[in-house]
Write a protein that binds this ligand. Structure first.
Ligand SMILES: Cc1cc2nc3c(=O)[nH]c(=O)nc-3n(C[C@H](O)[C@H](O)[C@H](O)COP(=O)(O)OP(=O)(O)OC[C@H]3O[C@@H](n4cnc5c(N)ncnc54)[C@H](O)[C@@H]3O)c2cc1C
Ligand SMILES: NC(=O)c1ccc[n+]([C@@H]2O[C@H](COP(=O)([O-])OP(=O)(O)OC[C@H]3O[C@@H](n4cnc5c(N)ncnc54)[C@H](OP(=O)(O)O)[C@@H]3O)[C@@H](O)[C@H]2O)c1
Length: 249
């Protein structure tokens, strides 16, 4: 896989360890939900890692949001970049957590922890999801309220799309008046998520994407299984597509 030249055009620090970058690069067409590799030269070799695209496909800059993993080979270096700095971008986007892989359905649930919300902004700011699904819900779990990245854009979509869309958040490590407490899988299991979303989680209608912490991906699937949900594979149709940002085994 080759690299193309990119240039940082915007930088936003949401917290000390949570950063968004806007990057100009001539990336070929991609599908919302996909990721690109970003790379920087370290001791003469390019260190590359995958990052989901936050922007909808179109002429503007690419956008990514990422955690700074202390001591990580790439993320602290990416976080130190400023507008004008160069960054390498993989020559194509990849990934199967995309609508073209999702079986037909009526309700689209996008469920993320942390920076896993990024690709869902891309999906919600593109038209395909609104053409294919009647009801859409975004569920975002974070430790602290300040980590609810892109909340302004999600609330703007809610205002624009009327009753078809709701954004819900879970804040696990501090009290927050416009969020629920705890973790998302527990709220799936005891029915709180469906009740607060105003929409049943019914495998005949619901299609889900799970993104971010591998624990969320595992535990949410376990909480959904008793109702008959299972992971979608091309040869074994189901209702759930996933993207894990790291591995916890
Ligand atoms: C398909 C895919 C898409 C991804 N998209 C994003 C994204 O949009 N935003 C993003 O922040 N990360 C994303 N990641 C993770 C990202 O690629 C890097 O692993 C991360 O930025 C850390 O890079 P690093 O080189 O500093 O450390 P690495 O050597 O890559 O990771 C060191 C350790 O840090 C932990 N870790 C990795 N990523 C995270 C994370 N995001 N949050 C917490 N702990 C982590 C893991 O335990 C990992 O073993 C994605 C990963 C995959 C596989
Ligand atoms: N956010 C910070 O303040 C902070 C500070 C220093 C370092 N970091 C590092 O940065 C990385 C990313 O931090 P993050 O806060 O975005 O990610 P995170 O650890 O994935 O937490 C995000 C949200 O996911 C929840 N979660 C964790 N495991 C889950 C599971 N099995 N099922 C469902 N939900 C689950 C967390 O709940 P719980 O709170 O219950 O775990 C939290 O609400 C982590 O590796 C962390 O070590 C973060």
């Amino acid at each position: 896989m080759g690299w193309i030249d990119g240039r940082v055009v915007t930088r936003r620090a949401w917290t000390e360890s949570l950063v968004s970058l806007g990057i100009e690069a001539a990336l070929p067409a991609f599908e919302p939900g996909q990721f690109v590799r970003l790379g920087l030269a370290v001791d003469g070799e390019i260190v590359g890692r995958p990052y989901s695209l936050v922007n909808a496909p179109g002429p503007g800059p690419l956008e990514v949001v990422f955690d700074v993993v202390p001591g990580g080979p790439l993320s602290p270096r990416l976080a130190a970049l400023q507008p004008g700095d160069a960054v390498q971008v993989g020559s194509a986007a990849y990934g199967f957590m995309v609508l073209s892989e999702m079986p037909e359905g009526r309700d689209l649930w996008l469920i993320a922890t942390g920076t896993g919300v990024g690709p869902f902004v891309s999906i919600l700011e593109s038209e395909a999801a609104w053409q294919r699904f009647e009801n859409l819900r975004l569920v975002h779990g974070v430790r602290h309220a300040s980590e609810r990245v892109y909340r302004d854009r999600l609330l703007a979509i809610e205002a624009r799309r009327g009753g078809r869309f709701r954004t819900l958040s879970f804040v696990s490590r501090e009290a927050c008046e416009d969020a629920q407490a705890g973790r998302i899988p527990a709220a799936i299991a005891d029915g709180r998520l469906a009740a607060s979303a105003g929409l049943a989680l019914d495998p005949r209608h619901a299609r889900l994407m799970l993104c971010g912490n591998p624990g969320l991906v595992r535990d949410a699937q376990a909480a959904l299984a008793p109702a008959g949900f299972r992971r979608h594979r091309r040869r074994e149709p189901g209702q759930i597509l996933v993207e894990e940002y790291w591995s916890d085994d």
